[in-house]
Design a protein around this ligand. Structure first.
Ligand SMILES: *[C@@H]1O[C@H](CO)[C@@H](O)[C@H](O)[C@H]1NC(C)=O
Ligand SMILES: *[C@@H]1O[C@H](CO)[C@@H](O)[C@H](O)[C@H]1NC(C)=O
Length: 212
């Protein structure tokens, strides 16, 4: 059965010479209409990096040359991570590593396209979450397979905006506003018919907080 698979791979991709020597292909996939690299990855438990690394010279760096009917290799013997996770919104590398009981060192080694801050992980990216290093090495020349983010992809973490907006852990803002400090009359008419300093402070705080 494996020899059949191998034949199919090498017949379909006679120009695979660059990566053919790297290992025995133990699983393969025939491309279908409408496939994108990450859909193939997610459906077959092969990481974004591994799919790209194995198919250097076959699939281009933006994954724009998938040909329906062609067969690609998904895993090499002994270098095949099939424990994968597909990134969703708000994921961080720490969360992913914790949830799969791997540490971030191993996570980065298995997914070398992830930058040091984990800021380039995108929704739909497929990561190897195996607990040992088990992916094929990068081909060298500073080329990191799987590093090109699809143009339609959204980052897992949106860029940080104003710090702490709405976050309960953030300390309360400075307790005074100019409206309370300055002796000039406030624009709003008094609500009560008598002065009560404690109540006034509370009432004025509420709309101010709402605007935050
Ligand atoms: C991918 O992994 C999941 C979780 O281990 C498993 O349920 C599923 O059958 C796997 N799919 C393939 C195509 O191997
Ligand atoms: C992760 O585990 C490896 C192997 O056990 C170890 O060498 C490495 O220092 C660990 N990294 C972190 C960040 O704990």
């Amino acid at each position: 059965m494996f020899s059949h698979t191998l034949t199919a791979v090498f017949v379909a991709l006679p120009f695979l010479a660059q990566s053919a020597f790297a290992g025995d292909c133990t699983r393969s996939y025939t491309i279908k209409e409408g496939d994108i690299c990450d859909s193939i990855s997610a459906a077959n438990n092969v990481s974004t990096y591994q799919l790209s690394a194995i198919n250097v010279g076959v699939i281009d760096s933006t994954c724009s040359n998938l040909m329906p009917g062609n067969t690609i290799c998904l895993g090499y013997a002994g270098e095949d991570c099939s424990t994968t996770y597909t990134v969703v919104a708000d994921d961080s590398c720490e969360m992913i590593a914790d949830n799969h009981r791997v540490n971030t060192t191993i996570l980065h080694l298995n997914n070398p396209q992830i930058d040091q801050d984990c800021s380039n992980v995108y929704i739909g990216e497929v990561l190897c979450v195996g607990d040992k290093v088990q992916v094929p090495p990068a081909p060298g020349n500073n080329f990191v397979p799987g590093a090109v983010i699809p143009t339609t992809a959204a980052p897992a973490k949106p860029k940080p905006t104003a710090p702490g907006a709405g976050a309960p852990a953030v300390p309360a803002p400075a307790p005074t506003t100019s409206a309370k400090v300055l002796p000039t009359p406030a624009p709003a008419p008094p609500k009560g018919d008598h002065h009560d300093d404690g109540d006034d402070v509370d009432d004025e705080d509420l709309p101010f907080c709402d605007e935050l």
